[in-house]
Design a binder for this molecule. Structure first.
Ligand code: UD1
Length: 353
């Protein structure tokens, strides 16, 4: 069996790391294609090196652009590549980025079945480009690999029952697989001298926050009112907006971190404040309370018992949520954690069968 895996943005490298290894173990031939959506070394190459991901067979080098420019460039180049190269049995796409949508559209039009890893997630906010990408990709997929029961029920509500597999979360596979190596980095070598529990970890990169100066300023104002230093690895999208923002003195801006550095940063933080999807779950798995700087979440399971508060960008709401800390003993296994670490193996097996 031969599959093409399409990746392009940072979270997809992490997911592909565990799935690639599972495909190898199952004897499936994989051709990895990098769209070039993320191209800075700290956003891309470092993940391949650190997580032992096979070098992409092709890089489409599309770079930045508007949604149509970026997605269109990916589609044009990917179609040409698939037509000239050996026709794969499956095209595997991950998550909800423009690279996901481009891969799914090209595959579907060339009559190559699509397997979607992280299917069925919904924020029910169609202002998010990611929500459009999810809906369209799920619709075009033959195999839908869901991380949660909630995701399965979203698909059922939209009339999709065939090819749906609840396999668990590949991000949990990654956290479990790499956590031990991350522990070797203590005490946060090269990231901070602050003691464990002595800081908050924050990330902001969603278009809804970065492209609205008032929202972005509100978030930074809230960070400035926290009782500890805030370590904030900066996404290039956010970096570009900062000249217009008043950054408080307790907020320390960092270069984007590697996956292992990020795991250690989160594990030892007093709390996490983020608009990332993946980080909400990583905080949960690592036992660090989270405050989500968005108006909704796809990962509703993390909000149980106050482990993740969905607060948006209002400074008072953010501060209140940070102070309302969950009880340590109130954390429950989530996301199919009973079969934890097996999502990528189940994906490989299902593809084979
Ligand atoms: C994308 C995904 C988002 C995911 C995020 C992870 C879409 C629609 N969004 O958002 O779901 O959570 O990746 O990071 O696909 N840039 C650089 N260097 C890079 C990459 C990007 O400078 O290596 C700049 C681009 O020029 C662009 C901005 O960052 O102006 C945004 O990049 P883009 O790929 O459009 O989306 P992300 O915001 O990264």
């Amino acid at each position: 069996m031969h599959v093409y895996s399409i990746v392009g943005a940072r979270p997809q490298f992490i997911k592909a790391a565990v799935v690639s290894h599972a495909l190898q173990r199952a004897g499936i031939r994989e051709t990895l294609i990098h769209t070039g959506q993320h191209y800075d070394g700290a956003m891309s190459q470092v993940f391949f090196d650190e997580l032992g991901i096979p070098a992409p067979a092709f890089n489409l080098n599309v770079g930045s652009g508007t949604h149509a420019t970026q997605t269109g460039a990916m589609m044009t180049k990917l179609e040409a590549l698939v037509l000239q190269d050996a026709r794969p049995d499956w095209i595997v796409v991950y998550g909800d980025t423009n690279s996901t949508l481009a891969g799914a559209l090209v595959a579907a039009k060339l009559h190559i079945p699509v397997a979607h890893v992280e299917a069925g997630l919904r924020s029910f906010n169609r202002q998010m480009p990611e929500e459009i990408n999810r809906i369209a990709t799920d619709r075009l997929s033959t195999l839908l690999f869901c991380p949660t029961d909630t995701a399965v029920s979203h698909l059922a509500q939209e009339g999709m029952n065939e090819g749906v597999h609840m396999v668990g979360d590949v991000m949990l596979d990654a956290t479990l697989a790499f956590r031990e190596r991350a522990a070797g980095l203590r005490p946060l070598a090269g990231v901070t001298d602050l003691p464990a529990g002595g800081y908050y970890a924050a990330t902001v990169h969603r278009a809804e926050n970065t492209d609205d100066p008032e929202r972005l300023q509100n978030i930074f104002t809230a960070l400035g009112r926290l009782d500890r230093p805030v370590l904030l690895p900066l996404h290039p999208r956010t970096a570009r907006r900062l000249p217009d923002i008043d950054v408080p003195g307790n907020v320390h801006l960092l270069e984007p971190l590697s996956y292992l550095q990020m795991l250690t940063l989160v594990e030892h933080a007093h709390g996490v404040l983020t608009d990332s999807g993946g980080l909400q779950k990583e905080a949960y798995w690592l036992g660090t309370p989270c405050v989500t700087l968005r108006d909704e979440t796809e990962w509703v399971e993390t909000t149980v018992n106050g482990w993740n508060h969905i607060v948006g960008a209002d400074p008072n709401a953010i501060l209140q949520a940070v102070q309302a800390r969950p009880r340590k003993d109130s954390k429950r296994p989530l996301f199919g954690q009973s079969a934890a670490g097996r999502a990528s193996t189940l994906i490989a097996r299902t593809l084979l069968s």
